[in-house]
Design a protein. Structure first.
Ligand SMILES: Nc1ncnc2c1ncn2[C@@H]1O[C@H](COP(=O)(O)OP(=O)(O)OP(=O)(O)O)[C@@H](O)[C@H]1O
Length: 606
């Protein structure tokens, strides 16, 4: 059940008709009718009708929808986007004065013990989320305080030497393997291509050398990420025989009869000795709470991911919180043990090891990503303007119907589609898929002049003008060779996941939809596919977890609230070889200087 289910349909209908201060905020789009319905329901149950307190409750529900776990009363996000993803002014609304507001909330029965809201140090939670945060913290502290795992140090050193010895060995990766052996909880953090998957494969091999009977679980928050993890581990596998990767939901035992509970919980824990979670940046607070309670205290947990990327769509950014939080529980491992196994480096608090060396992206893209990550706008602009593999189109007016200055983008898009179509018509699935991954057009917005919908249409116009894709075929048929596909819903039976991309190819007069799967492509009959769309452009959020040879990013104007450091970082790190940024210097500056603010109590409370 999500928090919005609390509203009920009648509640939402009632909220739409409501009057008063909450109605003013709803009319302007700050609040959704469902936010108001939840707040009014809590007010009714808890005996509270003060509009300011109910406004705080409704804004807390709204901030959960935006990814925060709680509401920071002194710093409420006042920004609203209209249907075109354009900013709407809201400063003239009757926003409460923070001190008086906080006092009214503190005095409310809703925040009394046992009430549905919790107020602490200027932060307001729905009680359920505060309990989840408390549980995650308590479980992590218990794991950190437990006696460290027993390890044969000589054997561990020998294993580490096998993978990491001599000049050029990656000391950070070695340290990550050592920490995973010597602590119950490890966080392996790093950008794309820093060897996270390689390190996981090796650390599993290292742990297996300690205990050949180790039971290992590999999991990821989405089906697509799980499929990728499984393939990557199978390719890297040093020992072979690692288990299939699954979604976290599946690992925990999803129960269709009770979607908010799992088969494995604190009373019936997972049998595994090691649980590895990839793409942890996408794991919400709620799912992390469920996972932590299901992992045995004496099982190793390895959380892998890139804390600088965009976080989960649901509330919580636990990976980022863990990396930035003060130490939870006892520090570890003991430095003497790390010395004994040949590691001179030390992990950060909470067992965090950051992998630094980028083995995949080119150095210029890595330098650009570092400048963005560091919040250094001048360095970011300097990279964009000077590096040969980075193209910065800073004076294109994207609001024009046919913007001038996009010739290189148009050429790449058209040439790419032509190559895909040639391979698709020749029935060459591998080449068609590889060509489809050569270039990706990414937008921050979904709608409006900078959005995916508009730019997908623009690409279609460019292709029609070029004649590369047979326009008649495209106009009259749903399926044509070279049609680029995006899966928009999980289809477990077909082995296809939301976010998978593929292409239609023609084989002996028949059309087949093919999807990249490490080794041989997955083939499916087009007519049997579930939810798929033609993909000529996608949001940066959608592209998370994928990489392309070249990426073009269209930036909205600086005032767009969607333009954040994490968004720009995620966009440019999707590229292996070339990046094109279309947007003003002010837009780049605004993005780099605006980290996503996701309120949570982790960094604040000790
Ligand atoms: N220590 C190393 N020495 C040499 N090459 C390495 C090392 N570690 C990783 N690589 C290579 O670098 C590439 C990227 O590694 P890997 O896929 O493990 O990175 P990743 O961080 O998991 O990337 P992504 O986040 O995109 O999944 C692979 O080709 C891998 O073989």
């Amino acid at each position: 059940m999500t928090v919005l289910d609390l509203a009920g349909e009648d509640g939402v209908r009632h909220a739409v008709r409501a009057t008063g201060r909450l109605a003013q905020f709803t009319a302007r789009g700050v609040l959704d009718p469902a936010d108001v319905a939840v707040a009014r329901r809590l007010g009714r149950l808890g005996g509270e009708d003060d509009e300011e307190v109910l406004l705080a409750a409704a804004l807390t529900v709204r901030s959960l929808r935006a990814g925060s776990v709680c509401l920071e009363l002194a710093d409420v996000d006042r920004r609203v986007l209209d249907a075109d993803d354009t900013l709407v002014p809201t400063d003239d609304l009757p926003w409460p004065e923070p001190a008086a507001w906080t006092a009214a909330i503190a005095a409310s029965p809703l925040t009394a013990p046992g009430g549905p809201l919790r107020l602490d140090d200027g932060l307001l939670w729905l009680d359920r989320y505060r309990r989840q945060e408390d549980q995650v913290r308590a479980d992590l502290v218990t794991r950190a305080d437990a006696p460290a795992p027993a390890v044969d140090l000589e054997g561990l050193r020998a294993s580490l030497d096998r993978y990491y010895a001599g000049t050029g060995a990656d000391d950070h990766q070695r340290l990550a393997c050592a920490v995973a052996a010597l602590r119950w909880t490890t966080v392996v953090a790093g950008g794309p291509g820093t060897g996270k998957t390689t390190t996981v494969a090796r650390l599993l091999a290292v742990l297996r050398e300690q205990d050949p009977d180790l039971r290992v679980a590999l999991a990821a928050p989405t089906g697509k990420a799980a499929a990728r993890l499984g393939e990557a581990i199978a390719t890297e596998a040093v020992t072979g025989g690692e288990p299939q990767a699954s979604t976290i939901h599946r690992l925990l035992g999803y129960r269709p009869d009770n979607p908010s509970r799992f088969r494995h919980d604190r009373h019936r824990r997972l049998p595994h000795d090691v649980v590895v979670v990839d793409e942890t940046s996408m794991v919400s607070l709620t799912l992390m709470a469920r996972l932590l309670e299901a992992v045995r205290d004496d099982a190793r947990l390895v959380l892998v991911g890139d804390p600088d990327q965009l976080a989960s769509v649901e509330a919580g950014a636990v990976l980022g919180d863990l990396v930035n939080a003060p130490r939870l529980g006892t520090a570890g491992p003991d430095p003497a043990l790390l010395d004994a196994v040949g590691c001179s480096g030390r992990p950060g608090d909470n067992g965090v090891v950051r992998l630094e060396h980028n083995y995949r992206n080119n150095d210029e893209i890595a330098a650009l990503a570092d400048a963005i990550r560091a919040g250094d706008a001048d360095a970011t602009l300097a990279c964009l303007r000077s590096a040969s593999s980075l193209e910065f189109l800073e004076s294109v007016d994207l609001t024009q119907r046919e913007p001038a200055g996009l010739t290189t983008l148009r050429d790449d898009v058209v040439a790419g589609s032509r190559e895909v179509a040639i391979a698709a018509r020749a029935g060459d699935a591998e080449t068609a898929l590889a060509q489809g991954e050569e270039h990706r057009l990414l937008c921050a917005h979904r709608r409006g002049p900078y959005g995916v919908a508009r730019w997908a249409r623009q690409v279609e116009r460019w292709l029609d003008e070029d004649g590369g894709v047979d326009p008649e075929l495209e106009a009259h048929q749903e399926w044509w060779p070279g049609r680029p596909l995006l899966v928009t819903e999980n289809d477990h039976e077909a082995g296809l996941y939301n976010g998978d991309t593929g292409v239609v190819v023609e084989r002996r007069g028949r059309l087949v939809a093919v999807f990249a799967r490490g080794g041989r492509p997955l083939e499916r009959a087009p007519a049997l596919l579930g939810a798929v769309e033609t993909v000529h452009a996608m949001t940066v959020h959608r592209a998370q977890g994928s990489q392309y040879a070249q990426v073009s990013v269209l930036l909205p104007p600086p005032e767009s609230p969607l333009l954040t450091r994490e968004l720009l970082y995620t966009a440019v790190t999707r590229a292996r070889h070339r990046v094109r940024v279309v947007g003003s210097a002010d837009a780049v500056r605004a993005a780099v200087e605006r980290p996503v603010s996701r309120a949570s109590g982790f960094a604040r409370r000790r």
